[in-house]
Design a protein around this ligand. Structure first.
Ligand code: VAH
Length: 308
């Protein structure tokens, strides 16, 4: 059975629904600190869980016969900068709790997301390689980089089959983003639809790697379904679909809403974005387990505006 931790978050809601479709509703236990997300209600078992309580997590794993865990609970980049020590504590202890229980209970597989946020201003910004200088400048990025090291350690030291992806900024309409620097790319759609205008907190030419949620969910499941022998990266795979700037996504939205007006008021998140890659090299994900994105900016924009 699968346990999804952080099932009410931006990724968690859609991942839980996709896993239930694949493996059967009763075989995917959704959990979160918060109360059940409306889209999850009636679709399968839901439990309240604080992943920081290792004993509680351990009891839940045994009681529900859990064999796989997807750990999506985390404090994201922008929120993390407001309380660095709390973000470090939550992002690291939650992962260590899951990895150690996976080892103790010999769980089949673990999924834990990393992020482009592990890269910093000294990493090559264009087509950032899988292996390169990694000097994260946000506490979120530091926790994701440290987490990657722990995943690789538990894999080669204890044989835990933990897998991970360095997600780009993720865009979706089913559940709200959780306090990230890339959240402008979600807000812009809602504001365009409701008010025909949006003020971006990132400057017009801030290029960032981005991905539509359906691609991110499919990548996650394809990685987890891949034969373990094909997995050559046990830290976290670079994963890529597209890159765009606020100016470019604004122009794409304008094709659908001609009256849309975009303005810019960069805030503290600009500095975070400036340290991140413009684009990622995901050759290894494509070679090892056949990764291929399906959504580009044009296709995503049409789908987002249709569904919001
Ligand atoms: C954030 N959406 O902005 C997350 C993600 C690449 C960005 O890690 O923090």
């Amino acid at each position: 059975k699968i346990l999804v931790i952080g099932a009410c978050g931006q990724i968690g809601v859609e991942l839980t629904l996709a896993l239930r479709k694949m493996y059967g509703d009763a075989n995917v236990v959704a959990s979160d600190l918060r109360e059940e997300h409306d889209l999850l209600k009636g679709t399968g078992p839901y439990v309240s869980l604080d992943v920081m309580n290792k004993e509680m997590l351990h009891v839940l794993v045994i009681r529900h016969n859990i064999t796989q865990i997807y750990l999506l609970a985390a404090i994201l980049s922008a929120t993390g900068e407001k309380n660095p020590l709390l973000a470090w504590h939550i992002n690291m202890q939650s992962l260590l709790n899951v990895l150690d229980i996976a080892k103790e209970e010999n769980l089949d597989k673990i999924y834990w997301p990393s992020s482009i946020a592990v890269f910093g201003p000294n990493s090559p910004a264009k087509e950032t390689p899988q292996h390169t200088i990694i000097e994260p400048t946000t506490i979120y990025g530091i926790s994701k980089f440290a987490g990657e090291r722990w995943c690789e350690y538990y894999n080669h030291r204890f044989g835990v089959d933990v897998r991970s992806l360095r997600y780009p900024g993720l865009i979706s309409y089913k559940s709200a983003p959780g306090g990230g620097t890339t959240d402008y790319a979600v807000e812009i759609f809602h504001e365009a639809k409701e008010n025909q205008k949006y003020t971006s907190f990132l400057s017009e030419n801030t290029y960032l790697p981005m991905m539509y949620m359906p691609d991110a969910i499919r990548a996650t499941i394809e990685l987890m379904e891949a034969d373990a022998a094909k997995i050559s990266i046990r830290s976290a795979y670079n994963l890529s679909a597209m890159s765009f700037s606020p100016k470019e996504i604004g122009a794409e939205i304008k094709k659908h809403i001609p009256s849309f007006e975009l303005s810019y008021e960069p805030d503290y998140r600009q500095q975070i974005a400036d340290g991140w890659p413009d684009s990622m090299d995901d050759t290894l994900a494509r070679k090892d387990w056949g990764w291929k994105p399906e959504y580009d900016l044009e296709k995503m924009t049409a789908d987002m505006l249709q569904n919001i």
